[in-house]
Design a protein around this ligand. Structure first.
Ligand code: AMP
Ligand code: ZN
Length: 481
């Protein structure tokens, strides 16, 4: 098979670039993690499905992957400017609980979603509050040349680095409206590196620093953990597309200051070689949000009877750089597609292990490899997998090997799923699957005997218990609750 170079879209240059690792044979990736003040919504999880597919692709290409995902438990304000409250402090006050308990609870909820979506564990989950000393040291090292102090904290002067805001393509002089003005800032885009606790107040999370008691600004943690754990420059930095606007430009400015390096026409001066951003999962009503009360959690999907991997399938069906609109119908369609694949894979489970390089599969493997190498084109890769499954009269062991090879990249866990797992089944259903199956056998017999009165009666009884018998189901004889 021809070895296709891995092309990735670099948000910094807005171009497709070939992945050439900083350290030969290795791939070092940093992904901005969740702010653990609330449950993650499924839009947030799209960011980690994307990062996981990237990581799996790098592993499949043979790179030794080191992936870091951070856990933000301090510093992320309710507002992207510096005027809001800390999201963690706010939630802790609302719930009258300690921030540490809040962080633990929501971190564990996030990890449960990670597991349910077959997202591989990174080499390290780095927790922001474990790096406070390092953040203070980092800030000290750039303070003289790049920062100034105000009553409210230590601020980064964005005019002290070249090409500030290039990632966002922002024109800093215009003073973007979304950045709240803080009295005394030199440039509207300047941001807090250290936020002092106002006199007379106490925060649950505060530490001593050369600039007084307080807490770090949000952007600082990712610069510090990226540098400590992966070293500048590392290969790839990921996040959702919202981070392209403020968080990542600010992180880049800090990195440039720390490294004492020049402008961003040299991408590595930003701290990473490639910056990648997934587009949003949206609801028809607009962007998904977890700070505005009601939001879609993975658990809600599960409660409504969908398998969590139906959501992973939904994500894979779209390119990561396209907006994806969530709908229940769309999720149902993704689950049906996954079920069709799983039914075909079930027939391969007993096959003796074979090798994937059977000539009949060469076109599909080429197509799959070309799709993944083309900026992670999972929609096409899925089609290649379905085409491989559809090959007739071929050694089942070879087919199984091809499917396993492709699934290692897509991460659907196809050999561990069964058709029954993918049945729409809301929690709280009163009838068991065995009872349904038994009734369906009775109905099948009645129909075979042309006893339609009995067969219709059974269907009506099942219907009264919330079971819909799908005679026209393309997958065969099926039902849903
Ligand atoms: P947060 O917990 O808000 O820091 O967000 C965690 C990750 O989810 C970040 O990479 C965000 O950019 C990303 N994100 C937030 N909302 C969405 C969305 N609706 N769709 C996709 N990614 C999102
Ligand atoms: Zn970050």
């Amino acid at each position: 098979m021809t070895e296709t170079p891995l092309m990735l879209f670099n948000s910094l240059t807005r171009e497709l670039e070939e992945f050439v690792p900083v350290h030969p044979g290795e791939a070092r990736v940093y992904s901005c993690g969740p702010t653990v003040y609330n449950y993650p919504h499924i839009g947030n999880m799209r960011a980690y499905v994307f990062a996981d597919v990237l990581g799996r692709t790098l592993s499949w290409k043979g790179y030794d992957l080191t992936h870091v995902i951070n856990i933000t438990d301090v510093g992320h304000l309710t507002d992207d400017g510096d005027a809001g409250e800390d999201k963690m402090e706010k939630m802790a006050a609302e719930k009258a609980q300690s921030i540490w308990d809040i962080a633990k609870h929501y971190t564990e909820a996030y990890w449960a979603d990670v597991k349910a979506l077959n997202i591989r564990e990174p080499a390290k989950w780095s927790v922001a509050t474990d790096y406070i000393d390092e953040m203070i040291d980092f800030a000290k090292s750039i303070a003289d040349r790049h920062c100034y102090e105000l009553d409210s904290g230590l601020y980064f002067d964005v005019s002290t680095v070249e090409d500030y805001g290039r990632l966002a393509r922002a024109v800093t002089e215009e003073g973007e409206g979304r950045i709240e003005t803080v009295e005394g800032k030199r440039n509207p885009a300047d941001f807090a590196i250290w936020r002092k606790t106002p006199p007379g107040e106490r925060r649950q999370m505060e530490w001593d620093s050369p600039w007084g008691r307080g807490a770090p600004g949000w952007h600082l943690e990712c610069s510090v953990m990226g540098e400590k754990l992966l070293g500048f420059p590392f290969d790839i930095h990921t996040g959702g597309i919202d981070h392209r606007e403020i968080h990542h430009p600010n992180e880049i400015a800090q990195n440039q200051a720390f490294c004492g390096c020049g402008g961003l026409s040299q991408a590595t001066n930003s701290g990473a070689k490639i910056w990648m951003h997934n587009n949003f999962l949206v609801e028809r009503s607009g962007k998904m949000s977890k700070s505005s009360g009601e939001f879609l959690r993975l658990q809600l999907l599960i409660d409504r009877g969908y398998h969590p991997l139906a959501y992973r399938m939904m994500c894979l069906q779209a390119h990561y750089r396209s907006e994806l609109e969530f709908s229940w119908e769309g999720l149902g369609a993704a689950m049906t597609r996954l079920k069709r694949i799983v039914m075909a894979v079930e027939r391969l489970k007993d096959a003796a292990p074979g090798a994937p390089d059977h000539p009949r599969f060469a076109p599909m493997r080429e197509k799959f490899a070309a799709a993944m190498a083309d900026d992670l084109n999972t929609p096409i890769a899925l089609v290649a997998l379905e085409e491989a499954l559809a090959v007739k009269k071929v050694d089942a062991g070879a087919k199984r090997a091809v499917i396993e090879e492709m699934d290692a990249v897509l991460g659907l866990g196809l050999l561990d799923l069964s058709r029954d797992d993918l049945r729409l089944r809301p929690q709280g259903a009163t009838i068991t699957e065995e009872e349904i199956e038994a009734e369906l056998i009775r109905r099948k017999e009645a129909r075979a005997a042309k006893d339609f009165t009995t067969s219709d009666a059974i269907r009506d009884e099942l219907s009264a218990k919330g079971v819909e018998v799908m005679d026209g189901d393309p997958l065969g004889w099926d039902w849903k609750l």
